[in-house]
Ligand binder design. Sequence first.
Ligand code: PLP
Length: 384
Amino acid sequence: MYDFDTAPDRLETSSTKWSRYPADVLPMWIADTDFAVAPAIVSALRRRLDHPILGYAVAKGALRDQIVADLDRRFRWQISPDDIVFLPGVEPGFNMALKARLTPGEKVLIQTPMYRPILDAPGHWGLEPLQVPLVRGEQGYGLDRDALAAKLTEARAFLLCNPHNPTGYVYTRDDLAFIAAACEAADTLIVSDEIHCDLVFDGRPHVPIASLAPEIAKRTITLMSASKTYNIPGLKTGFAIITDRDLRNAFNTARGGMVDSVNLMGLEGTLAAYRDAGPWREALLDYLQENRDHLGRELQRLIPGIRYHPPEASFLAWLDCSALELKQTPHAFFLREAKLGLYAGEVFGAGYEAFVRLNFGCTRSTLTNAVERMAVALSRRIGS
Ligand SMILES: Cc1ncc(COP(=O)(O)O)c(C=O)c1O
């Protein structure tokens, strides 16, 4: 019903992803997808343009009600419409959260490797990041609970990313209960970036950490957006859910002078996404899951030296290239030799120089082409 095998040409569309590299490089780095937006969203945006005024915007009650209903239906999490604070993105949201509650010198726990703007956020507010790596086993990623519990006693905030970028790890209810209990014991603020939560594979549940119990919600700022799933990140709209009134007031105070009203078209697009594009999301999820598995098969067939744990969510693959024994980073190697623009592992933290992140939110044939380019480059290498 929806055609994810055909991708519109994105050159000359002001796309960040497609502007960074020369035209002969296939870009697979920043986290947006190459799929045309759901027809329901395009129609809603067109309809809005029939009215010729694009003034400052506030969210309609219908959007708040839609989010409340979706959270209840999908995650059995009950919130009220006033708990939602609209934002020009999730990144401003986690920065505002830190600014709202912490004072310079305090520590923020982060699980590495990590999406760069989260790694950088503490530094913007004079805070110190405390990094605890995720552990990797044969089956994939997981928590080092002892290290986490020990570090949490020092941290004033836990900046959680669930589903996790870049590994695609989806925290289990048990993981989250452990984290929540440790944060309760240490009286730590939880800032939970759940931007990838609508793209969880294999029928696995996503559990918002704040949904575990009202007392956990009280210490949590949850951040969500339709942007990743529905491919509308250029509309710059996200939202925080903060059930505790004092915490919400502090968060709103932190926006002062920097984060004002939200993008009008982003609000329209978000409502259309959640209200009208559910079947599109489900079709996309199937396509991405098949892409994920296709990538696994192609890597196994052509480049078995790359270690790959299939992600449990979203469209990002975290590839360990250390066994390839390249003389430069895999990012530099594949850029030069395969004309492939991957995301460099070192961006996600020190010690990840031998990794790259590959965005498989593209057509299957593009994905096949990418792995073939990598395999050909490896087969040609002399001294790289
Ligand atoms: C985990 C995570 N959080 C936040 C963002 C950015 O969100 P926004 O564009 O809404 O600021 C991204 C984008 O890749 C992301 O992966």
